[in-house]
Every structure is written in structure tokens, then in C-alpha cells.
Design a protein around this ligand. Structure first.
Ligand code: BV8
Length: 244
């Protein structure tokens, strides 16, 4: 990111009343959470996108739980980083500020963000296979797989798997916010997963300034107002430094 780009991005934010921060796995990378498409995106030789698919869960619930409980064990030890914290602190300075995340790690809430839409669910919850009832899960590693709810009902991870619809309401809430915002940050996402990747495009279509923060160019880059090269933990705090 150049100083001029930083000044431009800060000007857009200083003029904004309504902000959406759209985040992906890259915002948690500096907390030590593996991304989906980095070199570390496999488990027992299975690509993450396959391990996180409805096909695998329907075929073998226990293996699906082994994958998710492995990630929950990794995530237990991680903390929000400077980017998560900067977004949580920025929330109070705007008339409207919404974090729309593709992540399931709960790090935005842990950093203090109160307005968060989780498009893909949350890895700390389970959901009854039949009842759909949600439960907070015991600490990882789980004593038995699959975990069970009331009436000994087997649970599944309360996340959206590849090949599944997004939670009713979450996507719509994100779309409405994107269509109203003046500025949309796009932080740490490769922009390949749909329908989530439509959110920054909805902001662009509504005339918002859409600002990407990523060490690399992505599928979204050509469609955005500004693309700031660099790590979220370095850039995001600078964008909000003494914003009125
Ligand atoms: C749907 C929860 C329709 C689980 C996730 C073929 C078959 C089936 C489906 C499809 C198909 N082809 C396309 C689809 C649709 C599919 C899709 O988009 N697939 C992609 C891969 C092509 N989408 C779906 O299936 C969605 N549902 O379409 O339903 C439907 C209609 C009718 C009936 C049924 C269904 C559901 C998608 C939700 C999947 N679940 N998560 C879990 O976590 O295990 S998505 C998963 O990927 C994560 O949530 C992750 O966040 C997300 C997106 O990836 P990114 O966040 O972008 O992460 P990625 O690793 O890709 O990139 C990281 C970026 O960070 C990089 O750019 C990197 O440069 C950058 N970075 C790295 N370090 C830093 C950094 N940036 C800043 N700072 C740093 N330090």
C-alpha cells in the first residue's frame, strides 16, 4: 500500500456514514488460522473445500466432526489480531457499521464487534440433525463424535458447508447493508466463494467506495475502487487511525 492510497482510503472512510466490513479467512491469518486456499489448505490429504462439503457430512458425519473438532482445537489457542480489534473499535464511530464475515471462527465477536453477520455460521455451535436446534458445544476436543443434544439427538456443525444454502436472513441482511453503505472494506478474501462474493459487488453497484485489503490481487480486484496490497493487521488499523 502506498501513502497516497492510504490517504485516499482514509478520505473515503472519513466521509462515510455507513460502512460494511466484508471479511474472509485472510483477516484471521495473522492470528495463526490457516486460510482455505493457502498451501496449508488440506487435512489428512483431503482439500479443505471437500472436508467442508455437505457430501462428506452426509457420507460420514464422524469424519466431518473430526475435521471440525481438529479446527476447533487449533482455534482454541488463537486470539483476535490488530485487524479484528481495529474493526471492533471503529464500529462506535459510524452511524452504521456492520461486519459481514465468511469466517466461522468467532474472532470478530471475541475482539468486541457487536454488529456481525456470519454468512457461513459458527464453528463453536452444533445443530440438531433433525430438530435444527442450536447448541453451544463443549470445549474441543469433544468427548465423543458426533456430539449429541437433547434426547441424544446427533448434532452437526452449525456452519454452512459447500453445496448448502446460506442461513435464511443472513445473506439478505448483508445485501441490504451493502446496498446502503458509503464504504465497503473487503478484507482477506479470495472472492471465489459464492454467493458471499456478491456482497462487495452489491456495494459497488450501489455506488459505495469498495476498498480491498489483501497481500495479493483477487478475482474481485478489477471490480473495486481501491486495492491495498498488504496484510490486514498492518493496514486496517492505519485506515481508522483517529477517524472522527
Ligand atoms: C451455495 C464454512 C447454493 C465451512 C464456508 C460446485 C458444487 C457445489 C457448489 C458449488 C460448485 N461450484 C460453485 C459452488 C458454489 C460454492 C462455491 O462458491 N464454491 C467455490 C469454492 C467455487 N458455494 C457454496 O456451496 C455456497 N452455497 O452456493 O448454495 C445452493 C443452491 C441450492 C441448493 C443448495 C445449494 C456455500 C459456501 C459456504 C462454504 N462454507 N465456510 C468451513 O469454514 O469449514 S466457505 C469457506 O471459504 C470459509 O468460510 C472461507 O472464509 C471461505 C471463503 O474463502 P476466503 O475467506 O476468501 O478464504 P481464502 O482462503 O479463499 O482466501 C484467503 C485470502 O486472504 C487470500 O486472498 C489471501 O491472499 C488473503 N490473505 C492471506 N493472508 C492475509 C490475507 N489478507 C489480508 N491479510 C493477511 N494477513
Amino acid at each position: 500500500m502506498t501513502e497516497e492510497q492510504c490517504r485516499q482510503a482514509r478520505r473515503y472512510l472519513a466521509q462515510a456514514k455507513r460502512v460494511v466490513a466484508f471479511t474472509g479467512a485472510g483477516i484471521s491469518a495473522e492470528s495463526g488460522v490457516p486460510t482455505f486456499r493457502g498451501s496449508d489448505a488440506t487435512w489428512k490429504g483431503i482439500p479443505a473445500a471437500v472436508a467442508s462439503s455437505i457430501g462428506l457430512l452426509e457420507q460420514d458425519l464422524t469424519t466431518a466432526w473430526e475435521w471440525f473438532d481438529y479446527r476447533r482445537t487449533l482455534l482454541k489457542a488463537v486470539s483476535p489480531n490488530a485487524a479484528h480489534i481495529a474493526l471492533a473499535q471503529a464500529e462506535k464511530r459510524f452511524a452504521e457499521f456492520l461486519v459481514v464475515t465468511q469466517n466461522v471462527d468467532g474472532l470478530h465477536q471475541k475482539a468486541g464487534s457487536a454488529r456481525v453477520v456470519e454468512l457461513h455460521g459458527n464453528i463453536w455451535r452444533g445443530r440438531g440433525l433433525r430438530s435444527g436446534r442450536r447448541y453451544d458445544l463443549p470445549a474441543a476436543p469433544l468427548p465423543a463424535l458426533p456430539p449429541r443434544g437433547d434426547g441424544d439427538e446427533p448434532l452437526r456443525p452449525d456452519v454452512v458447508l459447500f453445496g448448502e444454502m446460506l442461513p435464511a436472513g443472513a445473506f439478505e441482511e448483508a445485501e441490504i447493508a451493502a446496498a446502503r453503505c458509503d464504504a465497503c472494506l473487503v478484507i482477506g478474501t479470495s472472492g471465489v466463494v459464492y454467493p458471499a462474493a456478491l456482497i462487495p459487488l452489491a456495494a459497488r453497484d450501489a455506488g459505495a467506495a469498495v476498498i480491498e485489503i489483501n497481500p495479493e490481487a483477487t478475482d474481485l480486484t478489477p471490480h473495486l475502487t481501491l486495492s491495498l496490497r498488504g496484510r490486514a493487521g498492518d493496514i486496517v488499523p492505519r485506515l481508522f487511525e483517529d477517524v472522527a
